[in-house]
Design a binder for this molecule. Structure first.
Ligand code: FMN
Length: 396
């Protein structure tokens, strides 16, 4: 079970059980999650903001009316950041607010503004938990796909014995982990190329491009999350790669071609995400080119087309290409789909400043012979999970 690269909001409401929340943060982190905490005003009566800030290593969000955060519409930003929201402990009051869709505080607003899974772990006196209104509110929330982490039974802070104690922090963290466990690509081998290639001009200079490797890295995480065994052939990158993948560095287009061809035989899926140079320098100079007053002419020759070559193999894997375009987007992507002979093309518009190269977000069109599916702007990580879902639904 893993929460690697998952963004989890832990919302803490006003229950005596809030003293267990630093431990919940730690258990979520143990599984690999990034955790941000929302603390209600009543929650702050039971646990300090400072404790939660120290363990989560993030500022605690406790106020909808935080002028600084709201400069960037903080509650919407927070809602979009989350891969899951865990409300633990969930007080009877918070449960009632959520059931009636109230947005009067930060927690209510973030829940309404988010499209991610929501889990609630109620904690209260056993009589309160059994109350018809609490049970009716929980039923309403369950109908809206909110997931319930049932409270434990036993001796309570007030001395009562019954159902209403907040569960064990490890068990709660594991319930969050279960959300993301999937076996959609289990048993599958995936080879992904990513990053920018580097074409040497002389021993100190080169031609390259702006690819950071972020999209390929997010796809790697999504494939690993889905149970795939991933091999990464990477050029120049500015991201940290998932160490669960087999990493093969290949800096030039020629090296990348060779590395792909050497490793493609056993693969089920090939995703060509690297920005590979279309040209390389014809005669790489052995010594540094000296400065002069004259024009310098470099002769370039076309590189081998990696995606096309894989598509032409007799035993070819499922082949997915990326098209980074700046004009005639759809037309160019459709041509690429046809000319390369691949199964699908993922088209992204790299002329926009807010998307594509170096950005943490992207918006793409997934094109195959039958479908054109728009994946709306979101983090590259969320987008990658969607791409994996589409691949599985359409091809596997
Ligand atoms: C000492 C004390 C302990 C409380 N424990 C709980 C509790 O475990 N569960 C609960 O639902 N409410 C509990 N409450 C009541 C809530 O704190 C109260 O309903 C509050 O308005 C909840 O606000 P919130 O949902 O915005 O966090 C407790 C109140 C006090 C004074």
């Amino acid at each position: 079970m893993t929460l690697t690269n998952k963004n989890i909001i832990l919302a803490v409401s006003g229950s005596i059980a809030a003293y267990k929340t630093p431990d919940i943060v730690r258990r979520l982190q143990d599984l690999g999650a990034q955790v941000r905490v929302i603390l209600t005003q009543s929650g702050a009566q039971f646990i300090t903001e400072l404790s939660l800030q120290v363990v989560s290593k993030n500022k605690v969000h406790d106020n909808l009316w935080d002028k600084e955060a709201e400069l960037a519409i903080g509650h919407i930003e927070l809602a979009k950041w989350a891969d899951a929201i865990l409300i633990a402990p969930a007080s009877a009051n918070t449960i009632a607010n959520l059931a009636s869709g109230k947005a009067g505080d930060l927690l209510g607003s973030v829940v309404l503004a988010s499209d991610c899974p929501i889990l609630i772990a109620p904690a209260m006196n056993q009589q309160m938990y059994a109350a018809n209104s609490v049970q009716a509110n929980l039923k309403t929330l369950l109908k809206r796909q909110v997931m319930l982490i049932k409270p434990d039974s036993g001796k309570q802070a007030c001395g009562d014995i019954g159902e209403g104690r907040l569960g064990d922090p490890s068990a709660i963290a594991e319930q969050v982990g279960l959300l993301f466990q999937n076996t959609k690509l289990s048993g599958k081998k995936v080879l992904i190329t990513l990053g920018a290639t580097i074409e040497a001009i002389d021993p100190v200079r080169y031609i390259s491009n702006h690819s950071s490797g972020k999209m390929g890295s997010a796809l790697t995480n999504a494939c690993i999350e889905a149970g795939a065994q991933v091999t990464l052939v990477h050029g120049n990158i500015s991201v940290t790669l998932n160490q669960k993948a087999q990493l093969i560095p290949a800096m030039s287009a020629r090296e990348m071609y060779q590395a792909v061809m050497d490793n493609i035989a056993e693969q089920d899926i090939f995703i060509a995400c690297a920005a590979v140079s279309d040209y390389s320098i014809q005669n790489i100079k052995k010594d540094k080119i000296k400065k002069s007053e004259k024009n310098l002419i470099l002769e370039l020759s076309p590189t081998q087309d990696i995606l096309k070559s894989v598509c032409q193999l007799t035993k070819k894997p499922l082949c997915i290409g990326f098209a980074a375009e700046t004009q005639n987007l759809l037309e160019n992507a459709k041509n690429k789909l046809k000319n390369k002979g691949c199964d699908a093309i993922i088209l992204n518009d790299v002329s926009r400043d807010d998307l594509g190269f170096k950005s943490d977000e992207n918006e793409v069109l997934f094109l195959d012979q039958k479908n054109t599916i728009k994946i709306e702007k979101s983090s590259k990580q969320k987008l990658s999970r969607k791409i994996v879902e589409i691949l599985v639904e359409n091809f596997l």
